[in-house]
Design a binder for this molecule. Structure first.
Ligand SMILES: Nc1ncnc2c1ncn2[C@@H]1O[C@H](COP(=O)(O)OP(=O)(O)OP(=O)(O)O)[C@@H](O)[C@H]1O
Length: 272
């Protein structure tokens, strides 16, 4: 039996957001200066009302967007220098964005093909990634033959195939039904533990945030900012039982109030 464990204690910072701020070229201040440190092995969720800058923050961590001011470090180095280190990052988007004409296997192999990884090694890594997401039997299927949940698993396998230490996920299960979403949440937690990943996960769902996270970062909008950080100090593995426990309700209630306050702030400022 797996021993219940708490999230890894503070150690090496995987991510340091240092007074990072973002103003888009049209003048929208998407993020006020934000400070956030995420330790290696944490599962951190960004939660907050629409437009509070969750995706903007995640994309800056990924190096997909430049901050207008401030700095972002991954393992103590600027994001742009990540390719020089042994650490690797993957980004999983909300939509699976698969190539419809290519098999599941070919879709998952894409990052390795782009990195010119030799075919035999690439195929072995694709097989491992498909095994991890429970799709080994569908290697030769085309995306259209798969359900929405399975397509999302392919997208996650494509993220895992580069053997990342850091997984950035922008509302990956937002478009799925509740049951599929919960199944994928549970599988993701398993992967996080097994592969000792650091995960930053964006969601609108309080329940998903409480179930998954070792820490929830609550944000508010206009301008986007961090308003609260809540540690979910509950042991892993977390089962479906956890979701009906009084501790779960306690965290969910707290975050519900906090989200309401963050949204009211946003609305008042928006209508002012
Ligand atoms: N390319 C862009 N140009 C101008 N403004 C943008 C751009 N991308 C996002 N914004 C604005 O920046 C703010 C933050 O957007 P962002 O997508 O980061 O928020 P979010 O919290 O992820 O929202 P949602 O939950 O709706 O996905 C919003 O006001 C949004 O309209």
């Amino acid at each position: 039996m797996t021993q219940p464990t708490h999230a890894p204690a503070a150690g090496v910072p995987a991510i340091e957001v240092l007074s990072a701020q973002k103003t888009y070229p049209n003048g929208t201040v998407a993020l006020q200066p934000v400070d956030l440190t995420i330790q290696e092995g944490e599962f951190v969720t960004l939660l907050g009302p629409s437009g509070c800058g969750k995706s903007t923050l995640l994309k800056m961590v990924a190096g997909l967007l430049e901050p207008s001011d401030g700095r972002l470090l991954l393992w103590r180095k600027p994001v742009q220098q990540l390719h020089e280190s042994t650490q690797k990052m993957s980004f999983v988007f909300q939509s699976p964005t698969l190539m419809p004409w290519a098999t599941v296997q070919a879709n998952v192999r894409l990052p390795l093909d782009l990195a010119k990884v030799p075919r035999a090694e690439a195929d072995a890594r694709v097989a491992e990634a498909l095994e991890l997401v429970g799709l080994a039997k569908f290697a030769n299927a085309l995306p259209r033959a798969l359900s929405g949940g399975m397509q999302m698993r392919v997208s996650i396998a494509r993220g895992l195939v580069v053997q990342p230490n850091l997984l950035l996920m922008d509302e990956p299960f937002g478009a799925l039904d509740e049951i599929t979403r919960h199944k994928l949440d549970a599988d993701l937690l398993e992967l996080w533990r097994k592969k000792k990943l650091t995960v930053v996960f964006v969601t609108h769902s309080i329940h998903e945030a409480v179930f998954l996270s070792s820490r929830v970062v609550m944000m508010a909008a206009r301008p986007g900012r961090i308003v609260e950080e809540v540690r979910i100090d509950e042991p892993y593995p977390r089962s479906a039982e956890f979701m009906v426990s009084s501790q779960f309700q306690h965290y969910a209630k707290h975050l519900q109030r906090s989200l309401l306050a963050a949204s009211q702030h946003t609305d008042e400022e928006h209508t002012a």
